[in-house]
Design a protein around this ligand. Structure first.
Ligand code: ATP
Ligand code: MG
Length: 444
């Protein structure tokens, strides 16, 4: 016998019970993004490798060791599975001239991203990000709005214990002056640098501050602070963001070591961090990236955004007990039938009920009434529609409650109304509040 195949390590199947929770979450997130004026942008999962090298930066964890890159077997083009979403959004905005032709754009994306990391809880090789990108906005107002909208989402999801960390990375010139100070500081302590940091010392010393090596903590803690190199404009921008957040009642901590693992950021950078998920505690991160579009060959364009790790947000949502009303689809009614005439009626009846908005499971695979009723019971449906020869001959159907109550027999034309009555009571249709969508299961 051949060996059974498994999913690629670090890449997960999301099974139906779990995927239903994802869909509920995605519905909430779509509504939330829409309420802030963000519009969807869907870009390819594969992009030319140089896009990420240029956007994210050569001396970053992602580009140095985490990208799934390969050559197109047919034409040798160098391609990469996207390790994040911002570069693709910026590329698409430039390619289609989105901002020049339509003014500033609020965009969002949602989908899988790929990084070759060591798989562990909260860290996968295929994971999912939802990101918002505001292109063409220069002021601190959009930075604040991006933060405020996240705070509102956490509230909407009932997530507790997410704290906000902020920093300002200043402008390119300010970072250059800070960088000079950093290089001379780390040069002085060369013997305490690990291999990664030694390599980054010349190329990108700011990255050293982003180290995850606990042995270097003290050294990094005492390093020169970027805050001491910020000019008036950067300082004012950062102050304004903080002012708007205070106004909105959103607590935050300024963390001078927050530099983010990607090169494209400047000025405001943010991370939302929780202590409830163990080591992988950052659920959402982002900031301003005014230089990115120009770096990719577009006209200079200020921009800011964030990306959240869907797996981590969902883990927190589950942990907070707020997902208990979601998942596990059950039909409103299970349709059982016996015989050829009854089959025609059953298919017809099922579609009639679906037209009214009901969720209908039509029995497939034949078998006796007894075995069909067992399946009906197993489906969790509160009702079964039963169509035998008798009913078929009369053009009628029987509705049988599976959790107690009397059976009813009605003509096909009266079926949908009768089912709604039996599910929700006589007044159901008058009190229907979901905007004429017909019947819903309730819940969120
Ligand atoms: P980390 O420091 O945890 O490696 P990062 O700085 O590399 O995160 P970003 O590039 O900012 O992460 O990505 C945004 C979000 O995506 C993170 O805050 C996190 O929630 C999530 N994320 C990043 N890498 C992974 C991964 N390998 N598996 C699952 N989620 C991830
Ligand atoms: Mg990372």
């Amino acid at each position: 016998m051949s060996q059974t195949l498994q999913a690629v390590r670090g890449m997960n199947d999301i099974l139906p019970d779990e995927a239903e929770i994802w869909e509920t979450f995605e519905d909430i997130v779509r509504d939330w993004l829409k309420s802030y004026g963000y519009r969807p942008l869907r870009t390819p999962i594969v992009e030319p490798t140089p896009l990420f090298r240029r956007a994210i930066g050569e001396f970053t964890d992602i580009v140095e060791k985490e990208m799934y890159s390969f050559e197109d077997a047919l034409n040798g083009e160098k391609l990469t599975l996207r390790p994040e979403g911002t570069a693709g959004c910026a590329r698409a905005a430039i390619q289609h001239n989105l901002v020049a032709s339509g003014g500033p754009q609020r965009l969002y994306y949602h989908g899988p991203v790929f990084r070759h990391e060591r798989p562990q809880k909260g860290r996968y090789r295929q994971f999912h990000q939802i990101g918002a990108e505001a292109l063409g906005f220069a002021g601190p107002d959009i930075d604040a709005e991006l933060v405020i909208m996240c705070a509102r989402l956490w509230e909407r999801l009932g997530l507790a214990d997410i704290r906000l960390e902020l920093n300002s990375l200043g402008s390119a010139a300010e970072r250059a002056s800070h960088r000079a100070a950093l290089v001379s500081y780390f040069e002085k302590h060369r013997e305490r640098l690990d291999e990664d940091s030694l390599r980054r010392l010349r190329a990108n010393p700011l990255r050293i501050l982003d180290t995850k090596n606990p042995a270097m903590r003290e050294l990094v803690e005492a390093a020169p602070k970027l805050a001491d190199h910020l000019g008036d404009e950067s300082r004012a921008h950062f102050e304004a963001v903080q002012g708007l957040l205070r106004e909105a009642g959103i607590p935050f901590r300024v963390n001078h070591r927050l530099v983010r693992g990607l090169d494209y950021y400047n000025r405001t950078v943010i991370e939302w961090v929780t202590g409830r998920l163990g080591a992988q505690g950052t659920v959402c991160a982002g900031g301003r990236y005014d230089g990115l579009v120009e770096q990719l060959g577009g006209k200079p364009m200020p921009a800011a955004g964030f990306a959240m790790g869907v797996e981590r947000v969902l883990a927190l949502w589950r942990e907070s007990g707020e997902t208990e009303y979601t998942g596990s689809w059950t039909p409103d009614i299970y349709v059982a039938y016996l015989g050829e005439r009854a089959q025609r009626l059953a298919f017809h009846a099922a579609e009639t009920m679906r037209d009214t908005g009901l969720d209908v499971l039509l029995h497939c695979g034949g078998g006796s009434f007894k075995s069909q009723m067992k399946k009906a019971d197993h489906s969790g449906a509160p009702l079964a529609l039963v169509i035998g020869d008798d009913e078929a001959a009369a053009g009628e159907v029987s509705i049988k409650p599976l959790r107690g109550g009397g059976q009813r027999r009605v003509p096909l034309a009266a079926l949908a109304d009768a089912v709604v009555d039996m599910l929700y009571g006589e007044d159901a249709e008058d009190n229907d509040e979901d905007g004429g969508q017909g019947v819903s299961n309730g819940g969120i």
